[in-house]
Design a protein around this ligand. Structure first.
Ligand code: SF4
Length: 711
């Protein structure tokens, strides 16, 4: 069973941070005795091949961190969030949560309570949270922070390929591709062990092209670096496709046999003349040609990430790169294809099991009667009891406390007032709630705003499964129990459901939840029904889809490391082109805000920094949030290195130390988003949403830059 922890020796588990989910081993420092754990990378795990980044190496310091939450917290004066926290029993804290939920739903209806999840939750918790919303709370109001992560690429992949799996091939295939084009992806900083696969390809003569407005560590090591103006990647991809058409490089046989809709796309890119694309993007025509030449090698991959996707036209941008990949005949071809590099630890599994507003487990659709009937059957309820489709993350957040919006929010695994766009606005909406409940391991900036804070177990203290960026389902193993008084989120959901009269539908045992998840996903696109804990252990993870083929005596399904070799999971088996056109970002520079702001990540930090900012070692290497700006811009604004710089947008202001560098375009400034408070990058960002994915425009908005003072 999944739920039995190992009793002695090494625990083979995975890093708690990013989607590479590096394999690690934890051992008691003194064998046989409780105490600190020693951490080593698994030498043979296929994604990290014995490597770890600084975040992984220091992950055990989270376990006994002095700021760890060890008791539930409630406000001294109930209902008054200006009163200080005090420690409470679980019974009192859960009682306050249930009272608040009951009051909100009695006054305003079931949808007055919302749930906000995260891509760091295990599959079991993500699954249980979706079920908790629909079965215990019977609300349609649930969504999660993946909307702010890879939702644009997921939307584009779904509408083209009929399925969304970040990488439709194992990461190791990257080493075999003769060309890799990375668009808005910087694995050298975000997931350094993954560079082993890229480096192996480079050592073997592969060509690597990086598309990024900054010369990142990944770009610096590439064959060719294209630095487009932020928000113009779509135009760049269409320009490449225009060249491919004009030069007869389209794989016409592949397009005819395996796709539909190319005629409209071919017509659409007819006006993407290279010189016009150069004017829009700033990328020289010669570099367009070099990139296309590389992409028409014997094998080639296009990988997008947040730089391409976190835009108000992010879905169409991902689509443009998918169109290019299809026209060149790449998806399904050996060592070739299109993929998106998912970021959060369980960014893949977190989007498969029902945390999204429109979704049921196994990528089933809440609006589909057959899908509703299947999942309701597994849950033991009438399909009519299931609520309908809710609203996306920012749409839910932006109406909190207002007429028709949610009045109570239960939040797990997210630090919204650092990671959401336009955080000042989000903070104001949180303050308008009647009840705000946060589950976390630390008192994050968001937890500080709560009525009730619930301390939760963390990675090495719990059992469960995760799904990495390749669609490989792996096990998170328990190496030690949670601290006394701390419970995991499955237990919390079960306890809350009990108090709401729906406890019989829930289990706090991760093994039981995984078994139920397998049944709920059976027959869905993300089919886990043939994946067992024993197989995960024996096979270093199992790739979904993996249907259970053993029930009538068949051999076990091998899992699906590679998708699309023969067909696509669309109604007619063909991938679907969609014509997309360049549009400027929702906000572009003007006289008041003359530069482009883009945001991103640093190697030492993970997401909102709730964990990594508390770890001494990596924090030392990037203790200060800095704004990267070009020497020409710095000179014009009389800003020196290490000066304090004020950035202002239409939404807010934030201060950073200056890092003057010619690794960035002269019209663009970059800030990391790992901090809140005075250096909150997301106080600046634009919440304009992509119409398809509802992704905010994190990667491009207009900004004013000025010098505040000397260091
Ligand atoms: Fe590996 Fe990512 Fe953890 Fe670094 S943060 S050790 S790359 S899983």
């Amino acid at each position: 069973v999944v739920s039995a922890p190992p009793t002695s020796g090494a625990t083979r588990t995975h890093c708690p941070y990013c989607s590479l989910q590096c394999g690690i081993e934890l051992r008691p420092t003194v064998p046989g005795l409780p105490g600190p754990l020693a951490l080593e990378p698994q030498a043979d795990f296929p994604t990290n091949l014995g490597g770890l980044c600084s975040k992984g190496w220091t992950a055990t310091s989270l376990l006994d961190h002095p700021q760890r939450l060890l008791h539930p917290l409630v406000r001294t004066v109930r209902g008054d969030r200006s009163s200080p926290f005090r420690e409470a029993t679980w019974d009192e804290a859960l009682g306050r949560v249930v009272d608040g939920i009951t009051a909100a739903q009695a006054a305003y209806g079931r949808d007055a309570v919302g749930c906000f999840g995260g891509g760091g939750l295990t599959n079991e918790k993500a699954y249980a949270f979706g079920k908790f919303a629909r079965v215990a709370l019977r609300t349609s109001m649930i969504d999660y922070n993946g909307r702010f992560c890879m939702s644009s690429a997921a939307t584009a992949a779904n509408r083209t390929f009929g399925i969304d799996r970040g990488l439709p091939f194992p990461l190791s295939d990257v080493a075999r591709a003769r060309t890799v084009v990375l668009v808005g992806s910087n694995p050298a900083a975000t997931m350094p062990p993954a560079m082993q696969h890229l480096d192996a390809g480079r050592a073997d003569g592969a060509t690597h092209v990086v598309v990024d407005p900054r010369r990142t560590a990944t770009a610096a090591g590439s064959t060719l670096h294209l630095a487009p103006r932020p928000g113009t990647d779509l135009a760049l991809a269409n320009g490449l496709l225009h060249l491919a058409v004009r030069q007869g490089r389209v794989d016409e046989a592949y397009v005819a046999a395996r796709t539909r809709g190319f005629a409209a796309v071919r017509a659409g890119v007819a006006s993407s003349w290279p010189d016009r694309v150069e004017r829009i993007t700033g990328v020289p025509v010669a570099q367009l040609q070099q990139t296309l030449d590389a992409l028409t090698a014997e094998s080639a991959m296009i990988l997008t990430a947040r730089g391409a996707e976190q835009h108000s036209q992010g879905t169409d941008t991902a689509q443009a790169w998918i169109n290019l990949a299809l026209a060149l005949g790449l998806p399904g071809k050996p060592w070739s294809g299109y993929g998106t590099v998912t970021g959060q630890g369980n960014g893949q599994g977190g989007r498969e099991h029902g945390q999204k507003a429109d979704q049921l487990p196994g990528y089933r659709k809440l609006a589909d009667p057959a899908d509703r009937a299947h999942v309701a059957g597994v849950w033991g309820i009438d399909p009519d009891e299931l609520p309908g489709v809710g609203v996306s993350a920012f749409e839910m957040l932006d109406r909190m406390g207002a007429e028709g919006g949610v009045r109570a929010l239960v939040l797990m695994a997210s630090n919204l007032v650092v990671s959401a766009p336009d955080v000042n606005r989000v903070r104001a909406r949180i303050e308008a709630l009647d009840l705000f409940v946060v589950s976390d391991i630390f008192l994050s900036e968001t937890a500080e705003l709560a009525d009730v804070v619930l301390p939760t177990a963390q990675w090495a203290e719990e059992e469960g499964t995760m799904t990495n960026l390749e669609g490989r389902v792996i096990r998170r193993r328990q190496a030690l129990p949670p601290p006394t008084g701390v419970h995991d989120d499955l237990w919390v959901m079960k306890e809350l459901a009990e108090r709401l009269g729906r406890g019989r539908y829930f289990s706090a045992d991760p093994g039981e939840v995984f078994a139920e998840l397998r049944r709920a996903s059976a027959g869905g696109l993300a089919d886990y029904s043939g994946i067992t804990p024993a197989r995960i252990d024996a096979e270093q993870g199992v790739f979904w889809p993996c249907p259970d083929t053993t029930t009538d005596g068949g051999a076990p399904h091998p899992g699906t490391p590679r998708l699309f070799a023969e067909t696509f999971p669309t109604p007619d088996g063909r991938a679907v082109f969609r014509r997309v056109e360049h549009a400027e970002a929702a906000e572009t520079p003007d006289a008041d805000y003359p530069y482009v702001l883009t945001t991103g990540r640093l190697m030492a930090q993970y997401q909102s920094g709730t964990q990594t900012r508390r770890v001494p070692a990596p924090s030392q290497s990037s203790a200060q949030p800095e704004v990267q700006l070009h020497p020409d811009l710095a000179r014009r604004l009389e800003i020196g290195s290490r000066d304090i710089v004020l950035l202002s947008t239409r939404r807010g202001a934030a201060t950073f130390r200056a890092q003057v560098s010619d690794d960035i375009r002269a019209d663009t400034v970059f800030v990391p988003f790992h901090w809140g408070g005075a250096s909150a990058a997301n106080a600046l960002t634009n919440p304009a949403l992509d119409p398809h994915s509802k992704m905010p425009a994190f990667k491009a908005c207009a900004v004013a830059v000025s010098r505040l003072g000397a260091p």
